[in-house]
Ligand binder design. Structure first.
Ligand code: CA
Length: 246
């Protein structure tokens, strides 16, 4: 099979939503170095903002440095970057009592040619649109998702559960953390969406799929996703990062 060279294009947006006083989500990417990250911080307003932006900055810094120096192989660079981000957040929280317990989710996408790796910690998500259909690539590390997987709870019960915000894995809250790493091959035409739960709590997969299929620029689609989530209530911060493979 011919290995056609693919090109990646991206756009992203973050929005406070309609109910929260601050925005604890953060995103960052470098198309040149093939790294894209969305984080959703927790631990109280200031702490959550610090945790998510520290995570984005550390992962981008380490990946761009290593890739510019052409040292290391990609999936290892990615896990090394996650370790560095975990350490940065954890040690900062230990030095400052007000930041104690802060942490963040992380969903990341790292690409080289047609090989890509999706990294996940927590309940932010990665979806892939291929052939006009979306598929969730990541599994939430949340209490309710684990109960669903064990057959102890239905999706409808999970959506109403008072425990639906409890995540079972986070970056920065412990001395170490292991991300899920999913290796995939990308096809021209694929669209990947990285997003925080402020989007997925408000919009069904069908709605997200319909919006990703609209003939518009990536920036316009990001804006439409945020508008739809706000229209549905905007209870939480909303972040979308879209990557298109051409
Ligand atoms: Ca959130």
């Amino acid at each position: 099979m011919a290995t056609a060279v693919v090109r990646y294009t991206a756009a992203a947006i973050t929005d406070r939503g309609r109910k929260r006083a601050s925005n604890e989500d953060a995103f960052g990417y470098s198309v040149e170095h093939g790294i894209y990250v969305v984080c959703d911080g927790m631990g109280g307003a200031a702490a959550g903002e610090i945790a998510s932006s520290l995570a984005v900055d550390e992962v981008l810094r380490l990946v761009t440095e290593r890739r510019a120096a052409e040292s290391g192989i990609l999936p290892h660079i990615a896990t090394e970057a996650v370790d560095a981000a975990n350490e940065a957040i954890h040690s900062r929280a230990q030095r400052n009592l007000r930041l104690s317990g802060m942490g963040t989710t992380l969903v990341g996408f790292l690409a080289e040619e047609r090989q890509a790796w999706i990294l996940n910690i927590g309940d932010s998500r990665c979806y892939r649109l291929r052939g006009q259909r979306i598929q969730q690539c990541t599994q939430d590390h949340s209490l309710v998702e684990e109960q669903i997987r064990l057959g102890r709870m239905t999706r409808a019960e999970a959506a109403r559960s008072p425990l639906r915000n409890v995540i079972t894995r986070a970056l920065g809250t412990q001395g170490s953390v292991t991300p899920d790493v999913i290796e995939i091959e990308t096809d021209p035409g694929d669209i990947f969406l990285l997003c925080s739960d402020g989007l997925t709590r408000e919009l069904s997969d069908e709605k997200i799929e319909a919006l990703l299929n609209t003939p518009a620029t990536l920036d316009e689609i990001c804006t439409q996703l945020v508008q739809a989530a706000n229209k549905a209530g905007g209870h939480d911060n909303i972040t979308c990062l879209i990557i298109r493979v051409d």
